[in-house]
Design a protein around this ligand. Structure first.
Ligand SMILES: [Zn+2]
Length: 478
C-alpha cells in the first residue's frame, strides 16, 4: 500500500510540474496524458529503496563450531523434520544462518537452532588430516577428521539443526577474502584480497542501515545492511561500507579466522609475507610458481575441554608447502614429514610468522642457494605422543644444522665434514633476534645455543606466543 502511495504522489508531483510548465492550464493534450500514463506504468514496474542509519543486535550469520565432540573438526547436523536424527556432519568453520521463518516453522528444544548452510571450508583440509602414514602418531590427526560411517558431509543450502553452543556469532571473526571472489573490490576500490574485513559494532550492537524496497502492490521487503570495515596491515579500518552479506554472494568466498589471541593479526602478517615473496598468494588457494606449488593456509581448530572453558590446544595454522617436493617458502624444506600432507607442520600463527621472518632474513644474509636451504622437521605434535614432548604447544621448531653446498635430504651433525658453522651461527643469531628461547644445539662454539642430549643433528627453538620480540619480529620484521 505504501508503495502505491509513493507512486501516486510521484505522479502528483510530476503533474504539478507539468502544469506550471504548461502554458495552457486547463487543457491537457492527449499526448501529455499518454506520457503520464506511461510514466505511471514505468514507475509501477520499478521498486523504490530507502535506507536509514540503524543498529541491530542480531548477528548476520554464525560460524559453526562443535559442542562436546572432543578433538573433532566437525559437529552433527540434524534433520529439519526430526531434530533428534543426525543426517550429516558439518565441518567446523562452516558459515550458517538462522532465519526466523525456519525457527517458527519447526519444533525443537531451545538448545537446538534451525539453520541453513551458506558455505563450507575447503574439503582438502579434511582429506589432508585423514591422510595415512606409517607413523603411529598420525592417527591423532586422522582421529580429528574421522566421521561416523555413512554420515555424509553437509552441503550448501542444507537446512537442519545445530546445537546452539556450536554456533559462534560472526562478530568474533575476521574475514579473509579469497582470490577471484564475486565481490572483488570495496565500493572505494580496494582489492578485497588484500584487506581483511570485520563487522563494525556500535557498543554491543551491529552498525549499519535498515533498507526497505517498495514495489507496487507488494509488501515492502526490508533487510539490514551490515557495516563492514576493510582493515590495513596494522588492522586499522581504512574503508567502511554497508552490505547485506546474505544477498551479495560474499559468504562463499570468505574464510573466517577467529579474533582470539591475535590469531587473525598474525595470519594477516603471514599472508603479507607470503604475498611479498609470492605475488598472487591466496589464503585458500596458495600459489603456483614456475618451480613449486605452495598450498594455502590450513587451520587446526582449537580443542576445548568438555566444560568449554579449558583450551587443551589453541588454534594453529600450517606452513604453506609443496607437498610433492616438501619445499616451502623462503628456500625451506620439510624433512621427514609424517605423511604426504605434512600433518606435523602446524604451528601457532605468531610463532610461525616469526619463524618465517627468520627464514626470510636468513636468505638475504646467506645469499640464497642450496647451502642456504632451511631444512625443518617437526612443528606441532600432540603432547601424548611422548616423543618430543616440548612440541606439544605449537611454538617449537626443529631445524637441521647448515651445510656447505648440498641441499640433499640427509641428516648431518655438528661433526660432519659438510657442517657449516658460520651459516648455522647466522641462523641461530636470527632466531635469538626473533625472540626464540630456549635454543638447543650442541655446538659449544656458537653462543646462545644450549647443550641438550640428542641435539647434535638439529637445532630446537621455541617462539613463545606472548614474547614481545616474537611479536615484533612477526609484525615489524627483523
Ligand atoms: Zn625439537
Amino acid at each position: 500500500m505504501k508503495a502505491l502511495l509513493i507512486v501516486l504522489s510521484l505522479f502528483f508531483v510530476h503533474g504539478l510540474f507539468a502544469d506550471t510548465d504548461s502554458k495552457n492550464e486547463d487543457k491537457k493534450s492527449p499526448t501529455d496524458l499518454k506520457k503520464l500514463s506511461d510514466m505511471v506504468t514505468e514507475l509501477a514496474q520499478k521498486s523504490i529503496t530507502t535506507c536509514k542509519e540503524s543498529t541491530t543486535d542480531k548477528t548476520p550469520f554464525y560460524i559453526s563450531d562443535e559442542y562436546r565432540q572432543g578433538d573433532k573438526i566437525w559437529e552433527n547436523f540434524r534433520s529439519i523434520e526430526d531434530h533428534t536424527k543426525k543426517v550429516s556432519y558439518i565441518p567446523r568453520g562452516s558459515i550458517v544462518h538462522a532465519p526466523v521463518e525456519l525457527a517458527e516453522a519447526s519444533y525443537h528444544p531451545n538448545y537446538r537452532v534451525p539453520v541453513e548452510v551458506l558455505s563450507l571450508p575447503d574439503k582438502k583440509w579434511e582429506d589432508d588430516l585423514l591422510e595415512e602414514s606409517g607413523k603411529r602418531g598420525n592417527r591423532h590427526f586422522r582421529h580429528k577428521a574421522l566421521t561416523p560411517k555413512g554420515l555424509p558431509r553437509s552441503q550448501i543450502g542444507d537446512q537442519g539443526f545445530l546445537d546452539r553452543r556450536a554456533l559462534i556469532p560472526a562478530g568474533k571473526f575476521t574475514f579473509f577474502v579469497k582470490q577471484g571472489s564475486r565481490l572483488e573490490k570495496t565500493p572505494g576500490g580496494l582489492d578485497l584480497t588484500d584487506f581483511p574485513l570485520v563487522l563494525v559494532k556500535d557498543g554491543d550492537q551491529f552498525a549499519g542501515e535498515r533498507c526497505c524496497e517498495y514495489e507496487l502492490n507488494e509488501e515492502p521487503a526490508c533487510y539490514f545492511k551490515y557495516r563492514f570495515a576493510a582493515l590495513n596491515e596494522s588492522f586499522d579500518p581504512v574503508e567502511y561500507f554497508d552490505l547485506d552479506p546474505l544477498r551479495c554472494g560474499l559468504l562463499e568466498d570468505i574464510m573466517p579466522v577467529p579474533k582470539r589471541s591475535d590469531f587473525d593479526v598474525s595470519v594477516s602478517r603471514i599472508l603479507s609475507k607470503m604475498k611479498e615473496e609470492y605475488p598472487g598468494f591466496g589464503i585458500l588457494e596458495g600459489v603456483s610458481t614456475e618451480n613449486k606449488k605452495l598450498s594455502g593456509l590450513h587451520f587446526l581448530p582449537e580443542y576445548k575441554g568438555s566444560n568449554l572453558n579449558t583450551i587443551h590446544r589453541p588454534y594453529m595454522v600450517k606452513i604453506p608447502l609443496d607437498h610433492e617436493t616438501g619445499e616451502g617458502p623462503f628456500n625451506s624444506y620439510h624433512y621427514k614429514p609424517d605423511n604426504i600432507a605434512s600433518n606435523d607442520s602446524f604451528l601457532r600463527p605468531k610463532p610461525l610468522c616469526a619463524f618465517m621472518e627468520v627464514m626470510k632474513q636468513f636468505q638475504k644474509e646467506c645469499g640464497g642457494g642450496p647451502g642456504c636451504q632451511v631444512q625443518f622437521g617437526n612443528f606441532y605434535h600432540d603432547p601424548d605422543w611422548n616423543v618430543h614432548e616440548s612440541h606439544g604447544n605449537g611454538t617449537c621448531v626443529d631445524i637441521r644444522p647448515f651445510r656447505d653446498s648440498s641441499d640433499a635430504d640427509a641428516r648431518i651433525t655438528r661433526s660432519s665434514g659438510q657442517y657449516n658453522r658460520e651459516r648455522t651461527r647466522k641462523f641461530i643469531n636470527l632466531l635469538k633476534r626473533a625472540g626464540a628461547w630456549p635454543i638447543f644445539f650442541n655446538d659449544s662454539k656458537i653462543k646462545g645455543s644450549r647443550w641438550l642430549s640428542n641435539h647434535d643433528d638439529h637445532i630446537h627453538a621455541c617462539f613463545h606466543h606472548s614474547n614481545k620480540y616474537v611479536k615484533d619480529a612477526c609484525n615489524d620484521g627483523l
